[in-house]
Ligand binder design. Structure first.
Ligand code: BGC
Length: 440
């Protein structure tokens, strides 16, 4: 009985609808002394003030999750009483997470912050739909306007207001390889690779009895990303930007030749590709079952987590040296966040030098801020940072930066179908139709 009345007192106190005076009166009636009751109320109030922070992401892989935890640790340092809820939805590239998030947003149940790419995904998917609040005041107060390159800020901006704080910049057009596997196949790789050298290397690996190109297309983004890298390698950054930017023509012979050549590349993949996630394909090269994997450098995060950095090599996807495919990650401020003060504290943390210095070495990306000291970062990170500073920057279509969400979906569908049907005409026509629908 006594514990029941105590319980209802605590529930009343936590509800925030009763005055302290009334609560103390109730406590007295329950036989709880004034000092004890005041102490209890203070404790309840401090838990309420600390509250929770629900962070929504798809960073659940062996490499991704420790990087997210590094951000949580940075947050907890300055907000020790806030309980963090790690609302991760598994699935590389975020397809499953984005579906869950849309349902929550439409039902008016936002988390306190969610992971998004800038560009079209952010603006078309969330800002124009009315789900985000601007954070331009934080760009000013936290000095982000000066610390983050203008090109990135532009991708986070709509009608003069910023809506995302970027935490890391991934390079999407990488080709990773297992050094022992390629050496055993008699292949040597220098600073970069041409398409012809890549084909020769794949043949040599195949002849050595290993898989040439590891692919894990259980994750819907994988065929699209592989294709965009191939397209960039063959046509270069300007034509890439025209095509995904909506002005290029998908039905030309030149583009069809890219698709056909991409089909030939798929002749070197593992048979069980459709059962594997991106990280399983990365594991195939880590374990020496395959030679190559083309992926964004979140794969490097897997190498770090599995302590195999020295076994693995990297070059730009063949033909794409001189370009940097941007896959930028950041966090939003939701409209109607359950705990808006904690959202702001979280965004401030994510934007600090310290948090970005802790997160990016584990994630494989480079900091979005340019003032994070890079001395203790890996050689890979320094290589990527040099590419970011000097190369043509092109937004990823597979990761939602370059195109509308509708075009991205059509791109996924076409690229997934192509892995099995290899029908170049259907592929280019699907993209041409999606482009036309965007303009309609
Ligand atoms: C994200 C990365 C993530 C990758 C695989 C990309 O869309 O930007 O942060 O590691 O998907 O899940």
């Amino acid at each position: 009985m006594k514990s029941d009345t105590l319980k209802s007192f605590i529930v009343d106190a936590a509800s925030g609808t009763h005055s302290r005076r009334d609560l103390l009166k109730t406590a007295a009636a329950l036989g709880i002394g004034a000092t004890a009751a005041t102490g209890l109320l203070t404790q309840i109030e401090s838990v309420k003030a600390a509250g929770q922070l629900e962070v929504f992401s798809w960073w659940t892989s062996e490499g991704e999750h420790p990087a997210l935890v590094a951000l949580f640790d940075a947050f907890t340092k300055s907000n020790p009483d806030v309980k963090i809820i790690d609302a991760g939805v598994a699935g590389g590239g975020g397809g499953p997470a984005q579906a869950v998030l849309q349902t929550r947003l439409q039902g008016n149940q936002p988390p306190d912050s969610w992971q998004s790419h800038p560009g079209h995904e952010l603006i078309d998917g969330y800002v124009n739909a009315g789900y985000c609040e601007p954070i331009s005041d934080l760009y000013a107060s936290e000095g982000w306007s000066k610390a983050i390159p203008q090109g990135l800020i532009d991708q986070c901006t709509s009608e003069g207001e910023q809506y995302l704080i970027p935490v890391g910049v991934h390079r999407g057009n990488d080709l990773f390889y297992n050094k022992e596997v390629i050496a055993a196949a008699g292949v040597t790789i220098g600073e970069s690779m041409t398409a012809e050298e890549f084909k020769t290397a794949l043949d040599a690996v195949k002849a050595s009895g290993k898989v040439g190109l590891a692919l894990g297309d259980k994750d819907g983004f994988v065929p699209a990303q592989t294709f965009e890298n191939h397209l960039l390698g063959m046509l270069g950054p300007d034509k890439y930007k025209d095509l995904f930017g909506g002005t290029g023509d998908w039905t030309t012979d030149e583009v069809k030749a890219v698709v056909t050549s991409y089909g030939e590349l798929l002749g070197y993949i593992n048979d069980d590709h459709s059962a594997l996630a991106w990280s399983d394909a990365t594991a195939m090269i880590i374990e020496g079952k395959a030679a190559f994997n083309t992926m964004g450098d979140w794969s490097y995060g897997e190498f770090v987590a599995k302590d195999v950095v020295d076994k693995m090599g990297y070059v730009s996807y063949p033909g794409s040296k001189g370009s940097f495919v941007l896959v930028v990650d950041g966090f939003t401020k939701p409209k109607g966040a359950p705990d808006p003060e904690n959202t702001i504290a979280w965004l401030k943390t994510v934007g600090t030098v310290e948090a970005q210095a802790a997160f990016n070495p584990l994630k494989g990306s480079i900091p979005a801020r340019t003032d994070v000291p890079m001395d203790s970062f890996s050689d890979y990170h320094k290589w990527s940072a040099a590419s970011f500073a000097g190369d043509s920057l092109v937004p990823s279509a597979a990761h939602g930066l370059a195109t509308t969400p509708a075009f991205k979906q059509a791109f996924y569908d076409a690229a997934i179908a192509f892995v099995t049907d290899k029908d170049a005409d259907v592929f280019v026509q699907t993209l041409a139709d999606a482009q036309a629908a965007d303009k309609a």
